[in-house]
Write a protein that binds this ligand. Sequence first.
Ligand code: GLN
Length: 483
Amino acid sequence: MSIQYKSIKNLTSMLQNKEISHKELINETFTLIESKMDLNAFITLNKDAAIEKATLLDSKKNDSSLAGIPIAQKDLFCTKDLRTTCGSNMLSSFIPPYSATVISNLENAGCISVGKTNMDEFAMGSSNETSFYGNVENPWGKNLVPGGSSGGSASAVSSGIVPAATGTDTGGSIRQPASLCGITGLKPTYGRISRWGMIAFASSLDQAGPMARTAEDCAILLNEMCSHDIKDTTSLNEHIPDFTKDIEQPIKGMKIGIVKEFDLSKLDSEVVKIFEESKKHYESLGAEFIEISLPNISLSVPTYYVVAPAECSSNLSRFDGVKFGKRCDDPKNLEDLYIRTRSEGFGDEVKRRILIGSYVLSAGFYDAYYKKAQQVRRLIKNDFDEAFLKVDVLMSPTTRGPAFEAGSKGSDPIQMYLEDLFTIPANLAGLPALSIPNGFVDNKPIGLQLIGNFLEESKLLQFAHNFQKTTDYHLKTPSGENI
Ligand code: GLN
C-alpha cells in the first residue's frame, strides 16, 4: 500500500498494526523523495541517519507518540551534525553542533527527520525564489511558486512525500505557502514554541509551527513542538494543553469576526466568491458573524517592513566571516573580510533588508521610523484586544490569490510584500493564526485564514477541524484525485 498522502494518524495506526515496519516506511519515504526531486523541495537529505533510527525503532518496543513518523524540517532549524543552510550561500557548509529545541522535541517524541527543506534565503520572501538553492516547484502546476518562505516544506507535504513538516512564520511564511499549496499551516502564539536554535530573522516576530494536510495532524504535532525553554527568554511559561482534546467540539453559537478594513473588493471575484462560500459553510455549522473594525490594520505592511528589516540587520550582523559559515578567500584586512564575505554570502533580497534595517535604526532616523513603527505596532495589538472581547476568531482569505508563476513578481518587491497583506497583522500582535484549504481558483488551491486570541490555538484548531470534517478541499491532490 502506498504511503503517499497518508496522514500522521494513518501512518501511526499502520505502524502500530504492523502493516508496515519503521524501516519500510522510511525507505518508501525516500523512494517518494527521489521520485520528486524535480520539485527541489529539499536542500539536504538525512537518509542514513533516518534509516538507522527506523531500524532501531523496529528492534525495540516504543510507545513515544510520534514514533517513526517522517517529518521534513525547514532548513532554518539547526540540526546537530546535519547541514543547515537557511537557504543561503553564507551557510552552505554550516554543520550545527546542536539541534534547535523544537527539533529535539519532535525527535524525542519519535519523529524521524528525513531532510531539510528549501526556503527563501534567511526566510525573506514569499515565493521561494530568493533561495540560493534554486526555486521550489508547487506540485499544483509547472512553474508555479509554492509560496514562501517555507516553500519546500509546503511542497513536500502537498505532494504527499511526508505527512508533515516544520515551518516558521515571521510575516506569513507558514500560512501563505500553506494556502498556495493546499495544505494546513499553523503559526502559534509568539513564544509558544522555543526559538532556540532557529536561525533568527526578526526575533520579535519569528515563530515556528506545524504544516500538515489536516488541522488534526497540526494539533498532534503542536503537542510535541511546544515547551517552555529557559534557553529562550521569550519562551512562554504557560500551560500547554492537549491541542487535540477539543477539536471535535461543535462551534455552534461561536462568533467569527470579519474585518471591515480588509477590502476584498480589490481581489479577484473568484477569491471573494470562495471566501463568501466559506462564510456560509461556517454559518451552516452554527457560527455567527460580526463585523469588526481594526482601525490601524492598514498600517501593518509598512510597520512590518520597518520592524522586520531592523531586526534582520541586527541579527544578520553575526555573519561576518569570523564566527559562522562562509569566509571570503584571502582577505586583505578585517574590513575586506567583512565586505567580501557579506557581499558574496548574501543574496539581493537579504542585502536590501539589511540596508533598510540599518537605515531605520541609524541615529538620525531611529525615532522617525523604528520607534514610530513600534508605537503603531502597539496600536494594532490594542485593536485586536478590543476585537477579541466580541468574537472567538477573526476570518479572512489567507492570500490575495492563488499561486503565481515564478518570475512574475520578481521586478517589484512591493508586489511580493503585499502577498502577506492578510497574514502580517497576526505576527505584529503575536497572535496565533492558521490557514486551511477552502477552494480552488483555476484548479489552484487557496486558503482561509483564522486568527485567534493569545494562546487560543485549541480554538483555532477546533474551527479548522469542524470545517475539514464537513468539506474535502484538504483531501484533493494535485493529480486530481481525492485522498
Ligand atoms: N514574506 C514575508 C517576508 O519576506 C514573511 C516572511 C516570513 O514569514 N518569514 O518578510
